[in-house]
Design a protein around this ligand. Structure first.
Ligand SMILES: [Zn+2]
Length: 118
């Protein structure tokens, strides 16, 4: 269960941004998480409701998008999602040497906010 610290950092980052930009309320937070991170969106939402209480992010809607695992062939630089690498082989050159270049991401993509004043 590593969703709790992740969720705490989401709320912290969002609150910091809100302070910096005179935001009165955060309506929506869009988050990207890599497929392999193992993070469960439902858990993040659950913790978010608890952790964000009393902050400017309270009541905000979380929109969580999963990013696919992306592999790259070390031999010929072919890049694609895992389903392209049948039996763990590069579809271009047949090499079995590859590395993961995407799928472990976690970041706040954007936020929708209400500003003070205007
Ligand atoms: Zn290759």
């Amino acid at each position: 269960m590593h969703e709790l610290p992740i969720t705490e950092s989401i709320v912290r980052i969002a609150s910091d941004e809100a302070l910096k930009h005179n935001v009165s309320k955060i309506n929506e937070i869009r988050i990207k998480i890599g497929e392999i991170s193992g993070l469960v969106p439902e858990c993040i939402q659950y913790y978010f409701d608890v952790v964000s209480a009393g902050t400017k992010a309270e009541g905000a809607k979380l929109i969580i998008n999963k990013l696919p695992i992306v592999m790259k062939c070390v031999n010929c630089n072919f890049t694609g999602e895992t389903d392209k690498f049948v039996e763990n082989k590069c579809p271009d050159c047949g090499s079995t040497q590859m590395k993961m270049i995407g799928g472990n991401e976690f970041y706040i993509d954007s936020m929708e906010v209400e500003k003070d004043g205007d």
